[in-house]
Write a protein that binds this ligand. Structure first.
Ligand SMILES: [Zn+2]
Length: 267
């Protein structure tokens, strides 16, 4: 289903898939290492493999089996949509992923304000004044640290969240894309996702790259906004309407119980 969006790429992507069985709201996580370790913005290794056809992939996904999953297309109301979550996790490995932590550090964990290595996605992160969080010397702008926890307070869209300002994504949405940046910082979820309080199924459709999901059938298709984000991070040959499968459009109503669908940072 996911590959149907990508055209003119010839790559076989492999994932190491692990299982866990731990309590709490954690559903699944994913990771792919940066391809370059130099200061700057790097594709993930999986992303580099797809874009260049060269290299090996090191995508990793972990699913938490303490929760009930439903694997087919008729998802029970009290189980989680495995296909939706698998697409979500694979997209993290493909580069829908940030290197930023809550201290303004990148992958090398150099002090905030010092040059560091980031992922492609990070070059488009801005505040609500469209000011980039990372400067031209690849250093986080320490004065903007409060932006990382500026939004989504009490589950209400605050408008001073982190945004993604890539040209394709912003054109698709009609504004910069609100990024999940709650207060307090949500380790493994903050910055890596579209903002659940903005894309809440009321004013704007729920997106597959939101941080949390409800049980039951969920979105399995990419929105024009997410396709724009993928184009911005380097996937020039991605099409809005895959031809290999039928779009399943689900307007999910968010209930009170939200289950974080997280990515966990791995070295
Ligand atoms: Zn995620």
């Amino acid at each position: 289903m996911l590959a149907g969006y990508f055209t003119n790429y010839n790559a076989t992507v492999s994932f190491t898939v692990n299982s866990s069985n731990i309590g709490g709201g954690f559903l699944a996580s994913a990771w792919s290492n940066p391809f370059n370790s130099a200061f700057g913005f790097s594709p993930t290794v999986v992303q580099n493999l797809i874009l260049t056809g060269n290299g090996t992939s090191d995508g990793k996904i972990s699913f938490n089996f303490v929760h009930p999953w439903d694997y087919d297309d008729d998802v029970a109301v009290d189980a989680f949509d495995f296909k939706s979550t698998a697409i979500h996790e694979m997209l993290h490995a493909l580069g829908f992923l940030s290197a930023l932590n809550d201290s303004g550090q990148g992958l090398h964990r150099n002090a905030s304000g010092q040059p560091d290595t980031w992922l492609m996605y990070d070059q488009f992160l801005v505040d609500n004044s469209n000011t980039a969080l990372i400067d031209g010397a690849f250093a986080f702008k320490t004065g903007l640290l409060s932006t990382l926890t500026g939004g989504s307070q009490g589950g209400v869209y605050a408008g001073n969240v982190v945004f993604f300002n890539g040209a394709f994504a912003s054109a698709a949405l009609g504004q910069n894309v609100p990024i999940f940046s709650p207060d307090p910082w949500d380790l493994g979820s903050s910055v890596h996702h579209t903002d659940d309080t903005f894309f809440n199924g009321i004013g704007h459709p729920v997106l597959i790259m939101n941080a949390a999901t409800d049980p039951g059938a969920q979105v399995r298709s990419l929105s024009a906004t997410e396709i724009g984000m993928l184009r911005d991070i380097g996937y020039a040959d991605i099409i809005p309407e895959p031809t290999s499968w039928s779009l399943l459009l689900v307007l999910a109503a968010f209930g009170a119980a939200m289950w974080p669908r997280r990515f966990v940072r791995r070295a």
